[in-house]
Design a protein around this ligand. Structure first.
Ligand SMILES: *Cc1c(COP(=O)(O)O)cnc(C)c1O
Length: 387
C-alpha cells in the first residue's frame, strides 16, 4: 500500500476535453488521440475508453509496440498508430496486433514487408502503414523529394498498404512570425510530398500533420486527420493558450484532468537556525513548524522544483523548503499553524475542483520544462485513482 500519494484523474474533465476537440474540428476530419506514455501519465486505457464513448475518434497514437498491445488486449478496435520507429524483432507482432507503423527508408520498408508477408502468408490481405515525411521536424521520415519513390517501395512490396502519410511540426506551438513562417514552410513541403506520391500514380491515404498546437492555431493545416495529445489532458501547448485563443475568437476550452496529491505525515517544530534536508540549503530563519510529505523525486516531484514549489493545504499555499529527497520533502507551514493538521490532504497541482492553487503549468515554469514532462515523470508507484 502507498495510497497517500496519488494522481487523481477527473474523468468528467477528460470527457469534456475529448468532446471539445471533436466539436472544434470539422466533422469529416478524423481524430487520432495520442495515448502514448500511458496517456501522458493519465492512464491510456481510461483515455481510450472515454474517447471510445465520446465517439468520432478513429485512431489512437502510441510510441512503443507494447503500448499498442495493451490497447488491443483491452479490446479496443480503433486503429492504432505507432509513432516511433521500432526494431525488426517487433515487426511481426505489430501486424498480429493490427498496429499501423510509420515507415520510411528502403531497408526499414523492406524488413517491414518481410514481416507482413510472414503474418499474412498467402492471403491477399495487406498490412497498413503510414509513410513518415520529415518536412522540418528533423526527427524521422523521408525527405519530401523522396516521398514518391518511398511510396512506390511500399506499393511494390505487394503486401504493405499506404494507409496514410504523416509529418510533424517543430514550432507550431510558438506565435512568433518566424516560427509561424517555418510551420507554413513545413505545410508546403508536405503538400509537395503528397504531389510526389500522386505523380507515381499512388495515393497518400490519410494525410496528417497537426498535433494540439496546429489543431488549435493552424486550422487550414488539418488535412484528413489531427493528432491531439496534451489538450486531451487539459493543458495548452506552449504559447497557444486559452487567452490567446479567446483573442483570436476561437471557441475552445479544456480542463486539467490530473490532481497530484499527498498527505501530511509529520509535523515537526524547528528552532531558528535548524536546517532542512540534504545540502542544508535552507535554514529556519525563526522558530517554525515543518510538515513532512511522503512524496519525492522518485514519484516525479523533480528535485529542481525546490526552491520555488508551493503546495496547497486546506486552501492555502505553503513553500517546499530545502532539497526534495527521493521519497519525501518538507514544507514550511509556520509556527502554530491552525490550518494544517497531521494527515491533512496536500495538493501539489490540479484542476480548480481539486482545490489546488497551482497547475502543472506553474510547476513546469519552476522546473524550466513543459507540462508534458511533469506528467510523464509521475512514476509507476503513484497510484492513479479515477474520480
Ligand atoms: C506526441 C505526438 C503528438 C501529440 O502532440 P501534442 O503536442 O501533445 O498534441 C502528435 N504527433 C506526434 C508525431 C507525436 O509524437
Amino acid at each position: 500500500m502507498g495510497r497517500c500519494t496519488r494522481a487523481v484523474l477527473f474523468k468528467n474533465n477528460l470527457k469534456f476535453n475529448l468532446e471539445q476537440i471533436r466539436k472544434f474540428v470539422e466533422p469529416q476530419t478524423k481524430i487520432c488521440i495520442a495515448v502514448k506514455a500511458d496517456g501522458y501519465g493519465h492512464n491510456a486505457l481510461l483515455t481510450a475508453k472515454l474517447a471510445h464513448e465520446t465517439g468520432g475518434i478513429d485512431y489512437f497514437a502510441v510510441a512503443r509496440p507494447d503500448e499498442g498491445f495493451e490497447l488491443r488486449n483491452a479490446g479496443f478496435e480503433e486503429h492504432i498508430l505507432l509513432l516511433s520507429p521500432c526494431v525488426p524483432e517487433d515487426f511481426e507482432s505489430l501486424f498480429e496486433y493490427k498496429i499501423t507503423p510509420l515507415v520510411f527508408g528502403e531497408e526499414y520498408i523492406s524488413l517491414m514487408a518481410q514481416a507482413a508477408k510472414k503474418v499474412y502468408g498467402n492471403s491477399d490481405k495487406k498490412a497498413d502503414v503510414f509513410l513518415a515525411v520529415d518536412t522540418g521536424m528533423g526527427r524521422i521520415g523521408c525527405y519530401p523529394e523522396e516521398a514518391g519513390v518511398q511510396a512506390k517501395m511500399i506499393a511494390d512490396s505487394g503486401v504493405l498498404n499506404q494507409a496514410g502519410t504523416i509529418s510533424h511540426f517543430a514550432v507550431s506551438d510558438s506565435l512568433s512570425k518566424e516560427n509561424q513562417e517555418f510551420t507554413k514552410k513545413q505545410f508546403e513541403a508536405f503538400k509537395l510530398a503528397v504531389e510526389n506520391i500522386k505523380k507515381q500514380g499512388l495515393t497518400p491515404g490519410i494525410c496528417s500533420c497537426s498535433a494540439s498546437a496546429a489543431l488549435l492555431n493552424n486550422t487550414d493545416m488539418h488535412f484528413d486527420m489531427v493528432r491531439p495529445g496534451i489538450i486531451t489532458y487539459g493543458y495548452y501547448p506552449d504559447e497557444i493558450t486559452e487567452s490567446y485563443l479567446k483573442s483570436v475568437k476561437k471557441d475552445f476550452e479544456v480542463k486539467p484532468v490530473m490532481a497530484l496529491e499527498t498527505q501530511v505525515v509529520a509535523i515537526r517544530h524547528f528552532p531558528k537556525g535548524k536546517s532542512v534536508s540534504y545540502g542544508r540549503t535552507w535554514t529556519a530563519p525563526e522558530d517554525t513548524d515543518i510538515a513532512v510529505l511522503p512524496i519525492g523525486y522518485a514519484d516525479g516531484l523533480l528535485r529542481r522544483f525546490s526552491p520555488g514549489l508551493e503546495v496547497t493545504i486546506n486552501g492555502k499555499k505553503y513553500p517546499v523548503v530545502g532539497r526534495i529527497c527521493m521519497d519525501q520533502c518538507m514544507v514550511n507551514i509556520g509556527k502554530n499553524n491552525k490550518n494544517v493538521k497531521l494527515f491533512d490532504k496536500v495538493l501539489i497541482f490540479g484542476p480548480k475542483e481539486s482545490g489546488a492553487l497551482t497547475t502543472a503549468e506553474d510547476l513546469a515554469k519552476i522546473g524550466k520544462t513543459i507540462s508534458y514532462e511533469i506528467f510523464t515523470s509521475i512514476s509507476k508507484r503513484v497510484e492513479r485513482v479515477v474520480k
